[in-house]
Design a protein around this ligand. Structure first.
Ligand SMILES: O=C(O)CCC(=O)C(=O)O
Length: 358
């Protein structure tokens, strides 16, 4: 059955139920990718494998990661307990803006998915969101704190190996951005409940729409329910076989910039499942808000031109909040793209207007 047929066949069914659900209907499923690079960090040569995976796909999984399964299982259990609460109880976490609890709506511009989530800022201090301070949330809070610490350490280890693999003298060039006390990182717990309607239909529903992550690095762990799909360089989609014991790592937009496009920021999405719920926990490692990002000369060959203009992380982030989930934001910061030219001109106009007003 052709993709369009699947879509048009499903749409009337969904729209009779709910316009929100109708917006989540996607086309046919993707074939499974059997060979996601699996990298054992403690093996010699892992740094070269990391670099190759970041260049080819922007994605790989880490097998020997030293994060105890009990710690992971504990957070998964706590996350499931949280998502099993009533909507009113979950909303005590605050409505996602961007931090807090969200359901179906992703961001503020109409993106929707068959997902509920909890998004939290991660700093070098223990988590301090008000709802976690209640005595009844103490085991959730300690599971989150321990997990965030461990996963941040893993992200730093991977970033250092990446720099090593690229032959950079400054081994901590990437790592220090995420390890910084002011690093703007976050942790997201996603719950994709089973979507019962899918049982009767030969179709698919978006759990989390396609996008790239704006930060430097994302470290994802999920239970054994499939759903994650990644986009290859030719634009085709493949689904990723779940692996609850490994961590999946993807390159974010900022790392693509720092490596002048040598590493590829991964476009990915999640499809809902008709029978099983999916739980994922993702750490997004970002730089400090005031950090200036531009391609690092050490990564560039002699005479290579910088593909991106310098920007401050807080500006990139606010641009990400203003755009749709699936938009290509990096285009706006590309040296030569039309979108970037327009943004530069708009910036100049804004500055000139400010000068005239002064
Ligand atoms: O839930 C997943 O597996 C991935 C979700 C994701 O891409 C995100 O939260 O940014």
């Amino acid at each position: 059955m052709g993709q369009q047929q699947t879509f048009s066949g499903l749409l009337p069914l969904f729209s009779t139920v709910s316009p929100v659900l109708a917006a989540m209907v996607v086309l046919t499923p993707s074939p499974a990718m059997k060979q996601i690079p699996a990298i054992n960090l403690s093996e010699p040569g892992s740094e070269a494998l990391l670099v190759r995976a970041c260049e080819d796909l922007g994605f790989f999984k880490v097998t020997e990661h030293d994060i105890p399964m009990e710690l992971i299982a504990k957070l998964e259990e706590e996350a499931l307990k949280f998502f099993a609460l009533s909507p009113a109880e979950k909303e005590l976490a605050g409505r996602a803006n961007p931090f807090g609890y969200g359901s179906k709506n992703i961001g503020g511009h109409g993106d929707v998915g068959w997902v509920e989530y909890l998004l939290m800022p991660i700093t070098s201090e223990p988590l301090s969101m008000a709802f976690l301070m209640h005595p009844s949330a103490s085991s959730f809070r300690s599971a989150l704190d321990e997990y965030a610490l461990a996963v941040r350490k893993l992200a730093c280890r991977v970033l250092e190996l990446m720099a090593q693999g690229l032959g950079m003298e400054q081994r901590d060039a990437f790592r220090k951005l995420v390890a910084d006390e002011e690093s703007d990182s976050m942790l997201r717990l996603n719950h994709y409940p089973p979507c019962p309607m899918l049982r009767e239909l030969n179709g698919f529903v978006t759990g989390f729409g396609e996008h790239t992550d704006p930060q430097i690095i994302s470290v994802l762990r999920s239970n054994d329910t499939a759903g994650l799909e990644i986009s290859l360089r030719d634009g085709s989609w493949v689904s990723v076989l779940p692996d609850r014991e490994s961590f999946f790592i993807n390159v974010g937009d900022s790392l693509q910039v720092l490596t002048n496009g040598r590493f590829r920021s991964l476009r990915h999405r999640v499809l809902a499942n008709g029978w099983k719920s999916r739980v994922s926990m993702i750490y997004f490692g970002g730089p400090p808000l005031g950090e200036r990002l531009a391609p690092l000369p050490e990564v560039m060959a002699e005479g290579e031109q910088s593909k991106y203009r310098e920007f401050m992380w807080c500006d990139y982030k606010s641009c990400a909040f203003k755009t749709l989930l699936g938009d290509n934001r990096l285009d706006l910061f590309h040296q030569t793209s039309e979108a970037s030219e327009k943004m530069k001109k708009d910036d100049e106009v804004a500055v000139n207007e400010q000068i005239v007003e002064m």
